[in-house]
Design a protein around this ligand. Sequence first.
Ligand code: NDP
Ligand code: 2IT
Length: 445
Amino acid sequence: MNVDKLLIDLEKKHPGELEYIQAVREVLESIEEVYNQNPQFESAGIIERLIEPDRVLIFKVPWVDDQGQAHVNIGYRVQFNNAIGPYKGGMRFHPSVTLSILKFLGFDQIFKNSLTTLPMGGAKGGSDFNPKGKSNAEIMRFCQSFMLEIWKLIGADVDIPAGDIGVGGKEIGYMFGMYKKLTNEHNGVMTGKGRNWGGSLIRPEATGYGTVFFAQEMLKTRGESLMGKIVTVSGFGNVAWGAIKKATELGARVVTISGPDGYIYDPDGITGEKIDYLLELRASNQDIAKPYSFEFPDSQFHEGKRPWEVKCDIALPCATQNELNEGDARMLVANGCKCVAEGANMPSTPEALEVFLDNRMLYGPGKAANAGGVATSGLEQTQNAMKLSWTAEEVEAKLHLIMVNIHEACVKYGTEPDGYVNYMKGANIAGFMKVANAMLDQGVI
Ligand code: NDP
Ligand code: 2IT
């Protein structure tokens, strides 16, 4: 494999798709050595076939607001690869959504889903629709219009969407309702469903819990734990919320959260009633950081800034892609941070990654550290197929085991001659090998 040539060709075919190229580059650079040791991959064109999505659906989503005004957004579903199982991945509703962002997310999802050990291929979808400030009726009409296009492409054994930024239980409910109406089938076609109609317990918390379990495993390799550690978290969405809950339960103190408007530093720790207050703000689609600082005066709001300047032992980026750059990474190192576990997808820029690796930090890349969300989606599918539901304890125990196993796979493939574990390389190689071998078995299709 010639990484430079592959990337030049890809950029020519897809000009301006920066996030997609960034995600592909990281994987190609990690797997180059093992790929070249397996000539059967080259002759079967595995990498050329893997870096292009199987198909992309792009469509118009017309909807009407509460004043009777019509609007149009763009909708997408990127079905990337289904070698090891049906297409699986979330939906993102955010004004920043582009095809490039959904292609990077769908591409990374292939390897993440492979790491979970469950039979799931990679996909992603979404829209540039902004749910912020919209009424429930507007969100419902949008979700229904969106589903009117994608229902033909998805199915419980074909492609199983779920949540991501801007898509939680409410949006899944509205989309599922329309799917049910169109097909007359009530099945596991989406995950993240309500707990009364097929949703798994622990799914809302699962990504954040899994990220903390992954951090716990990384810390163990250096004889450490979360007890007494200071943790900085970015975002305050589904992922950040779960991470804060679990980190606090394991004895750490979480001192930051953030939104696009800035971050909150709360030296006493973000726990209990403070979390309830944040959830209320989120449920009403409001910004969270500034109101929090008014409600809890011992905290400080840092407008327009990111939380990586705060001294911490562990950093958990849980907001969005490229939210932690080289300068932020250097600041974390200078402040004594030893461990970064990514709840978000690709939150660290390539330059930031270099800083983490050069400084021999415990660095858990998103496709390993946030795989607990999709893994629990997989567990939801299993419960749907078996037509039963597991208790919260059962689901959490399975999630925990999956995260421990993902950590082990990263150690197996990512340990360098001096003993340092490059989890990024380990995750990419472990995820890739399974998919590549499945593609070999299934012929050139
Ligand atoms: P949510 O919509 O619940 O939360 C997103 C959070 O990030 C919010 O706090 C939001 O702030 C903030 N945010 C969003 N966009 C930006 C931006 N451009 N700049 C700064 N802050 C921003 O999404 P999730 O918690 O589900 O997702 C967070 C990350 O985790 C994403 O990278 C997602 O891909 C990843 N992920 C999600 C999984 C899941 O199961 N949901 C699974 C694995 C990974 P505000 O609300 O104020 O806009
Ligand atoms: O990025 C992700 O792994 C998700 N948004 C969750 C995907 C899923 O299918 O649960």
